[in-house]
Ligand binder design. Structure first.
Ligand code: IPD
Ligand code: CA
Ligand code: CA
Length: 272
């Protein structure tokens, strides 16, 4: 049997094209009213635009690669994600609350994993026209500019970002374990509201680190590849490698203060 080579260039072009078109579609939809529904609570939203954008991306991918698997936030329950050598992981709108309230600070996130390894990550911010993308082994980029974390940063100099869920009691521990423990040790803390964009900003050096107690694979799938290709480090907050198709905690940062950050996170867990 002939072994087929993975068509990395065609997949990359398609991922970039889908992210851009999805972003433009979301901007177009902002010009008209759209429906907003609660998923689990008033702080967990989904709009008609999230669903339409995801459907567009899924159809476009399957037209070109009908045998690829897709794990998308808005359609996970209907699709079988196992038994595919190549899996696309999609968040059509990461930062839906920002999309609804601010109409900026959200992103389209598209990742491609082949045989379990992240090969392409794309995070597109349509309101700023910023395309963050990376190919495994080929570097990370913001539009055409190469991203590299060459600056040395100590924890006390770091601008650190996190996310805190307010909708489920179990996830409020992010406040104690991340915000309270780290706020006094870093230069500043931010909560921007789109994990994919926050990870892309770590790769671009706009943020020095990002920490979250719990994210879905579509929140971190693409951003993680972009950070790694910019020479950043991404692991779970215990220091072990990230999974790719399961929920996980995430810490991503400039490598120069990774150990310092990890030690503080470990210490704050041990205190509990
Ligand atoms: C959310 C955003 C947010 C993070 C949440 C995610 P959504 O994604 O990434 O920053 O804190 O954990 O669920 O629901 O807007 O796609
Ligand atoms: Ca998300
Ligand atoms: Ca989403």
């Amino acid at each position: 049997m002939q072994v087929q080579e993975f068509p990395i260039d065609a997949v990359k072009q398609l991922a970039l094209r889908c992210a851009r078109a999805a972003g433009e579609l979301s901007l177009e939809r902002l010009k008209q009213p759209f429906s907003v529904e609660y998923k689990t609570s008033a702080s967990d939203l989904v709009t008609a635009v999230d669903k339409e954008v995801e459907q567009y991306v899924v159809e476009t991918i399957l037209k070109q690669f009908p045998d690829h698997g897709i794990l998308g936030e808005e359609s996970t329950s209907q699709r079988d994600t196992t038994n595919h050598e190549t899996l696309w992981i999609i968040d059509p709108i990461d930062g839906t609350t920002n999309f609804v309230h601010q109409q900026i600070n959200y992103s389209v996130s598209i990742a491609v994993y082949h045989q379990g390894e992240g090969v392409i990550g794309v995070v597109y911010d349509p309101s700023r026209g910023e395309m963050f993308w990376a190919v495994k082994g080929g570097g990370a980029f913001l539009n055409h500019r190469r991203l590299r974390l060459t600056r040395s940063v100590k924890l006390e100099e770091a601008l650190l970002c996190t996310s805190v869920f307010w909708n489920k009691r179990a996830e409020q521990i992010g406040i104690d374990q991340i915000v309270k423990q780290l706020a006094g040790k870093v230069r500043g803390m931010r909560l921007l509201g789109s994990a994919a964009l926050e990870l892309a900003y770590v790769a671009a050096g706009r943020l020095d680190g990002y920490v979250s107690m719990s994210l879905h694979p579509w929140d971190f799938g693409a951003g993680r590849i972009i950070v790694e290709e910019a020479d950043g480090v991404v692991t779970q907050i215990s220091g072990v490698p990230l999974p790719y198709a399961e929920n996980s905690s995430v810490m991503a940062c400039n490598p120069t203060f990774y150990d310092e950050l990890l030690n503080h996170l470990k210490a704050s867990f041990e205190q509990d």
